[in-house]
Structure formats: structure tokens, C-alpha cells
Design a binder for this molecule. Structure first.
Ligand code: NAI
Length: 319
């Protein structure tokens, strides 16, 4: 319900993902307290956010109804965890992917918070049962896994601990909708959640095909970017099946045997090391040298593509 939505959130950790969450929440009109251990980190994070917001505003891609200045005014920084959590009804943790560190932070928060605040982690791989077991407020704990860069890629995987209260899941889901993200609910935890399981399925077959010398690394990437990816930006694999025949059952009738035949030729899980790693690394480095300047330029280009795609999806009201 709208009345229950939090108006103030805390972001714990002001790195890449923490800054993105701060921008997404500010765009949604929320007051944001950004916490980190070092004042210097916070000052440069805020400067970075300011710069990004100004650029987005100039190019017409700033999210939300408020101006960049108004959004910036919603964000404050602090190095005191208790002060950061004070008044927040939703706390998004964005510290480095380290179980011991995250557990320490959640146990500190566990002592500070009341029975209403939601404690949410951005973790990409750590399971809720590893992060939250034993906390007094485990019912209020959840994983909200974003996709980089969250400002343009809206998906958030919501993953509960076995003891998470259903209302925590529902409130988190509703909050993500309110700020314009695209939440999905997992009914229970699983290694890799769903996004990375799909991603790793693609990566492993890509690795095997290139490793076998069946296709070049650059052509492999084209199969996705100029092939599969074109439709996956708008419709998922299940709808693709549904539309590629007269519905799912007709698709299965037509293709189940063929699919099983192909799937049975898949190789084992790759080592992701040795000769194949060398080969793929060499090919990719020829195209994109591994130097910060070049990588940053390519990342900027990637974000421009994603900005354009986000705009297109909005125009076309894709669901
Ligand atoms: P990052 O290294 O850019 O930022 C981490 C921040 O945490 C730094 O500002 C650091 O100063 C701060 N920090 C370190 N110790 C702290 C403490 N004790 N208390 C408060 N802050 C502390 O990392 P990044 O990339 O932002 O990742 C954060 C989380 O988001 C990780 O769990 C990561 O797995 C997850 N994630 C990252 C994605 C990515 O593509 N980078 C995508 C989705 C999730």
C-alpha cells in the first residue's frame, strides 16, 4: 500500500552499485543517506553522482520528475552507521562481495534497527541463508540483486531467506516498482539466483564452441548481439518458444526431439583456464586492449547503447 512505502532509505557502501542505487532512489523522490567507511570515498562518490546526474539531465536521460539539483538535494552522506540507519525504512547494503564483511555489517544493523525496516543486500552470489541466518531481524532480511548498470538495466532479483516474512518480499517488490525498477521474485534461494544461471549457461556453451575452434570469439559475440539478443531485449525465451510455433505445446511437439538431440551434445562444465582462456583472452584483447582508458571508453559506449535501448523500450511500452 502506498501509505507504507518508505520515504527514506539508507545505502551502505558508496561504490559503483551503491551510487547507482542512490541515484535510482533519488529519482524516485526518496531521501537517501549514503554511508561508507571513509569520508574521502563518500565525497568522491557524491561528486561522481553529481557529474552523472548533470550529464543525464543534459542528454535528457535523467530519470524521475525532479531536476538533477532537486535529486542531489535528497542525497546526504555519513560515516556513522547508526545515523545512516536512523529514519530509514529500507536499507540497501552495497559493500564488497565478501561474506564475512557483509555478515558483520548485517549483525551491526541487526542491533540498530526496529521491527519495520527492511534489510536488503545487493549481493550477486551470496545466498540469503549464508548472509542472514541467526539475525534477530531475519524476517526483515532479503536479497535485492541489481544488474549493472542498474540505472539503465531495471531488473532486480528478490531472493528471500527461508525465514523471510512474506510481507518483506511484498514490500520490497512494491518498493522496486515504485522507483521504476523491474523486480522478479524467487520463491527460494539457489546458487547464482536466476540471472546468473541463465548467463552462465550461455557463457559455458560460448566457451566450449570457441574452445573447440568451431567459431571465432568475435563471431560468437555477434550471434548474441545481432541474433538472440535482439529479441531477448523485448521477449524472453519462453515467449519466444510460444510465438515461434502455435503456442508452447505446439513448439514442444515440433521441436522437443531436436532440442534434446542438440542438448545431449553439450560438453562438460569448462575449466575457464589454460589454453582456451589464453585463446579467448588474446582474441578479445586484440579487439579491446586491456588498458583502463580503452575499457572505460567501451563501458561508456555500452551504457550509451543501454540508454538508447531503455528509451526504445519505454517508447514501445515493452512489458
Ligand atoms: P565497489 O567495490 O565498487 O564498492 C564497495 C563499496 O563499499 C566501496 O565504496 C567501499 O569503500 C565500501 N565499503 C567497504 N567496506 C565497507 C564497510 N565496512 N562499510 C561500508 N562500506 C564499506 O563494489 P560494487 O561493484 O559496488 O559491489 C557492491 C555489491 O554489489 C557487491 O556485493 C556486488 O556483488 C554487488 N553487485 C555488483 C554488481 C557489479 O556489476 N559491480 C552487479 C550486481 C551486484
Amino acid at each position: 500500500p502506498a501509505g507504507m512505502e518508505p520515504s527514506q532509505v539508507a545505502i551502505i557502501g558508496s561504490g559503483l552499485i551503491g551510487c547507482s542505487w542512490a541515484m535510482v532512489f533519488a529519482a524516485g523522490g526518496f531521501k537517501v543517506k549514503l554511508y561508507d567507511i571513509a569520508q574521502q570515498q563518500l565525497t568522491s562518490a557524491l561528486e561522481n553522482i553529481r557529474k552523472q546526474m548533470k550529464e543525464l539531465e543534459e542528454s535528457g536521460f535523467l530519470k524521475g520528475a525532479l531536476s538533477a539539483e532537486q535529486q542531489l538535494a535528497l542525497i546526504s552522506i555519513c560515516t556513522d552507521l547508526r545515523a545512516a540507519a536512523e529514519g530509514a525504512t529500507f536499507i540497501q547494503e552495497c559493500t564488497p562481495e565478501n561474506l564475512e564483511l557483509k555478515k558483520k555489517i548485517f549483525s551491526q544493523l541487526d542491533l540498530i534497527v526496529d521491527d519495520n525496516v527492511i534489510l536488503s543486500s545487493s549481493t550477486s552470489c551470496l545466498l540469503p541463508s549464508k548472509l542472514f541466518t541467526g539475525l534477530k531481524h531475519v524476517k526483515q532480511c532479503i536479497v535485492s540483486h541489481p544488474v549493472n548498470p542498474p540505472y539503465f538495466v531495471p531488473l532486480v532479483e528478490i531472493v528471500p531467506h527461508p525465514e523471510t516474512d512474506p510481507s518483506t518480499t511484498e514490500r520490497t517488490y512494491a518498493l522496486m516498482k515504485t522507483i521504476g525498477q523491474s523486480p522478479v521474485k524467487l520463491n527460494r534461494e539457489i546458487e547464482g539466483f536466476v540471472l546468473n544461471r541463465l548467463q552462465y549457461a550461455v557463457i559455458s556453451e560460448a566457451w566450449r564452441l570457441v574452445g573447440e575452434g568451431l567459431i571465432s570469439p568475435t563471431d560468437l559475440d555477434l550471434v548474441m548481439s545481432d541474433g538472440l539478443g535482439m529479441r531477448y531485449a523485448f521477449i524472453g525465451p519462453l515467449e519466444t518458444m510460444h510465438l515461434n510455433a502455435e503456442g508452447i505445446s505446439n513448439y514442444c511437439e515440433r521441436y522437443r526431439e531436436g532440442m534434446r538431440l542438440v542438448l545431449n551434445t553439450f560438453g562438460p562444465v569448462p575449466e575457464f583456464s589454460g589454453e582456451i582462456e589464453q585463446k579467448i583472452s588474446q582474441a578479445m584483447s586484440e579487439k579491446i586492449p586491456v588498458v583502463p582508458k580503452v575499457l572505460d571508453a567501451r563501458r561508456k559506449r555500452r551504457d550509451e547503447y543501454l540508454t538508447g535501448l531503455a528509451k526504445l523500450k519505454k517508447q514501445m511500452k515493452s512489458d
